[in-house]
Design a protein around this ligand. Structure first.
Ligand SMILES: [Zn+2]
Ligand SMILES: [Zn+2]
Length: 793
């Protein structure tokens, strides 16, 4: 992204040197925290660059697009469309509002118009996005294209017609996996003619989900090839994959991992953009705040309240503003506090602010878009559900309440701001956690770097095994398929599936032997989700992922659901059900977990004198053993109650480093302080892993110990929280220096005295954030960084 840095001085806010006092909640405040702004970046106007229509675009398609205001395609659209039309697989990775859809629609529609037999499959991560695209294609009114959505909502009577006659089928990976591929015979007509596969918003296919989708696409390739081989009606080498992604690091590599094919990247964005001022904002410290290592005492004003105030200020000034908030409940809080503040200024003004929630119907989303475009609505607070479903660009301001997890999402959200010829504003408001804090003080990590690579790992045996079963159920696997699904690891996994009795080996291949089909959920974590049921009414409030159930809904736990507080009476693990009753006690609950870890195999390591860096397979055993009740507000511990829950096992991938006791002593870390030093380094390292990999800190676990039986040294482990690993630990190993350098700098720069949620405290610590040694953690990381070779980046 072109940029120009340093138009305003970076301003660090540290305790004791607050330029302005924390804003009082009573009465107006004339100074909107100049000290809260840590950095201002100006993104200059970018003029657009067009290209002539490719000569293969049929005149009727060109005419339809021209009458809709597309005089000529942008250069990147024409370039990507040309590549795809010439039979190359392509990934378009450009910014929000850069018109990626035209890049894939041009070749797809041109083909459908010029070849009456061709078909196109379009995949979106959500039903809402597929429905939007259907509307866009249908609105073009092109003869013979026959677009149709095929998803869980499609009425049965329409399905047969779609299979036989639709030529542009819009669906999602889950439906492809569950509904289309298992019944490939019924789709043979469509698959035989399949010319293009469009994978929209493909950056959302990451981690375990992305690894599953990568195999679903291989299964699609396999069935398509099978029907096209029998009765070739398409050009050889079809279907061509066209992937559309938000700006992402190494898009060609991600596209290749996802499809298993060589993919050409198109990354130069030639769409025009208005100038945007981008500010980084750190909420001020609360007066008298004190970090307490035993508890997560907030020390800063909350990002939600800051966002609500900024939204209210913007709306009062007539600025059309969209606030992105991470949780649905947070979005509602921001909208309602902004409304309240505005109504105090001018009764009725609050009506011009709304909250957007996932699950809105298409008509409701259209109505919101219209209201915001006309200015009837001036402020909208939303979860990132909006990223996939509402077409809103050209706003005056975008507030991003909390780092959305990746720079890719950050740019996607910020990209909503800016209209041609007008200056727009984007603000990232930091939450009280290590990653957000690091970023608002390291603008170069936000603006100076390419966005992170999308991480997935199709070789994860916990994904590969079930997917091979699905593939075998769709048709016996032969040795020719081994390469398609990933080579060497496939052979080994097949042997294991045969040994487990899931597949049968015959001379002609590997067969699925059981009746019915394998039960595989692309988005599931394995295991049945636990239902949360209100005892008195029998109402199902929601479900909790089985991996989190012991932690979140143990007996006695206070469970929040859409802002309402419940207390868990019973957790029935066999029945996968928790019974709760509505109650709002004045305490919160915090589960304590005991974790142990053993190393099963080292995959790779670097020996760096007193320091060792490793990546490998580990077995993690964890057991939630008790919980604390803490008074809301003061954090005072009321009591600790034992729990009787079974231990759980996780085979996964970890990255770990060891430091010799002698090197620690030489660095000034006393033996008694080693556990706290390692523990603090572990927490901060987990918090900053999302800086280099597309993961969430909740996807990651850790363990640190002054002496580990397997490594025989002080060790910090950081592991993937998903069975078999999702690629995060591998990525951390590859980028270890960058990752640990950022971790060290974050801890050293944090203004707190002994550790706070912005640096070394963790909201998910199973040990109650004890012990934690902030200063010693920096010493440990210094030893690691001086010892590790430069190549560890
Ligand atoms: Zn701190
Ligand atoms: Zn911890």
């Amino acid at each position: 992204m072109p940029r120009q840095t340093g138009t305003a001085p970076a301003h660090q806010t540290a305790p004791g040197q607050q330029a302005t006092p924390a804003r009082s909640t009573v009465g107006p405040d004339p100074t909107p925290y100049p000290a809260a702004v840590t950095h201002v970046e100006r993104l200059p106007v970018r003029p657009g660059a067009t290209a002539p229509w490719p000569d293969w675009v049929p005149a009727d398609l060109r005419d339809v697009l021209t009458t809709r205001g597309v005089q000529q395609p942008w250069r990147h659209q024409a370039y990507a469309a040309d590549l795809a039309y010439s039979g190359r697989h392509v990934i378009v990775a450009t910014g929000t509002g850069s018109g990626k859809s035209l890049a894939y629609l041009l070749p797809a529609l041109a083909k459908l118009l010029s070849d009456p037999r061709a078909t196109v499959l379009y995949l979106a991560p959500t039903k809402a996005l597929a429905a939007d695209q259907l509307r866009a294609v249908a609105d073009l009114g092109l003869d013979g294209v026959r677009p149709a959505c095929y998803d869980g909502d499609t009425p049965q009577p329409e399905r047969a017609w779609i299979r036989q006659h639709a030529r542009f089928v819009l669906t999602n990976p889950d439906m492809l996996h569950r509904g289309i591929l298992p019944r490939h015979g019924a789709w043979s007509n469509f698959l035989r003619r399949l010319t293009y596969v469009i994978v929209d918003e493909c950056h959302s296919y990451r981690g375990v989900f992305g690894s599953h989708v990568a195999h679903v696409l291989r299964r699609l390739r396999r069935q398509t090839e099978r029907y096209q081989r029998v009765r070739p009606t398409t050009a050889p080498g079809t279907p061509v994959f066209i992937l559309a992604s938000a700006t992402s690091g190494e898009p060609a590599r991600a596209g290749s991992q996802l499809t298993g094919l060589p993919v050409e990247p198109v990354t130069e964005d030639s769409a025009p953009r208005g100038a945007v001022t981008f500010a980084l904002w750190e909420p001020p410290l609360l007066p008298g705040a004190r970090a307490d290592t035993d508890d997560l005492t907030p020390v800063r004003r909350s990002a939600l309240r800051e966002s609500a105030d900024l939204l209210a200020d913007a709306v009062a000034a007539g600025v059309r503003t969209l606030a992105f908030v991470r949780s649905r409940r947070g979005a509602e809080v921001v909208a309602s506090s902004a409304r309240r503040a505005l109504d105090e200024v001018a009764p009725g003004l609050g009506d011009r602010v709304a909250a957007y929630r996932a699950g809105f119907l298409a008509e409701e989303r259209r109505a919101l878009e219209r209201a915001l475009t006309t200015g009837e609505l001036l402020g909208l607070a939303s979860t990132n559900a909006l990223e996939l479903g509402v077409d809103l660009v050209g706003l005056d301001a975008v507030l991003i309440c909390g780092y959305p997890g990746t720079r890719a999402s950050l740019w996607q959200q910020a990209g909503r701001a800016g209209r041609a010829g007008r200056e727009a504003l984007a603000v990232l408001i930091a939450r009280d956690d290590p990653l957000d804090t690091y970023l608002v003080h390291h603008p170069e990590a936000v603006f100076g770097r390419p966005v992170e690579a999308t991480v997935l790992d199709p070789t994860n045996p916990y994904v590969l095994g079930p997917q091979l079963c699905c593939a075998a159920a769709e048709g016996a696997l032969t040795s020719a398929d081994i390469e398609l699904f990933g080579g060497a690891s496939v052979k080994q996994t097949l042997d294991e599936l045969v040994a487990a009795g899931l597949l049968r080996r015959r001379p002609t291949g590997w067969y699925w032997t059981a009746a019915g089909r394998p039960e595989v959920d692309l988005r599931g974590e394995g295991g049945t989700p636990v239902d949360v049921v209100e005892t008195s009414t029998g109402r199902l409030l929601g479900t909790v992922d089985p991996g989190s159930s012991h932690f979140l809904i143990h007996p006695g736990a206070v469970y929040l659901h859409q802002g309402v507080s419940y207390v868990v009476d019973d957790l029935d693990l066999d029945g996968a059900c928790a019974l709760v009753h509505a109650e709002e006690p004045d305490w919160s609950t915090h589960a304590r977990e005991v974790t142990s870890l053993s190393v099963a195999a080292v995959r790779e390591y670097r020996d760096a004198g007193p320091v060792g860096l490793f990546v490998g397979d580990v077995d993690v055993t964890s057991q939630v053993v008790s919980y604390q009740r803490r008074r809301i507000g003061s954090g005072e511990v009321l009591d600790t109650r034992p729990l009787d829950l079974p231990a759980r096992q996780l085979r996964t991938v970890a990255v770990w480093f060891t430091v010799s006791p002698a090197a620690l002593a030489a660095a000034g870390v006393e033996p008694a302080d080693v556990p706290g030093a390692l523990h603090a380094a572990e927490h901060a390292a987990i918090g900053l892993l999302p800086l280099i990999a597309t993961c969430d800190r909740w996807d990651i676990g850790g363990l640190s110990t002054a002496a580990h039986a397997d490594t025989e040294a002080p060790t910090v482990f950081v592991y993937d929280g998903h069975p078999g690993g999702a690629g995060f630990a591998e990525r951390a190993y590859q980028a270890a220096r960058t990752w640990l350098r950022a971790t060290r700098d974050l801890i050293a720069a944090c203004g707190c005295e002994t550790g706070c949620p912005s640096c070394v405290q963790s909201p998910k610590c199973g040990n109650g954030n004890n012990p934690l040694g902030k200063a010693d953690a920096v010493r440990v990381l210094d030893v690691v960084l001086t010892s590790l070779p430069e190549s560890a980046d």
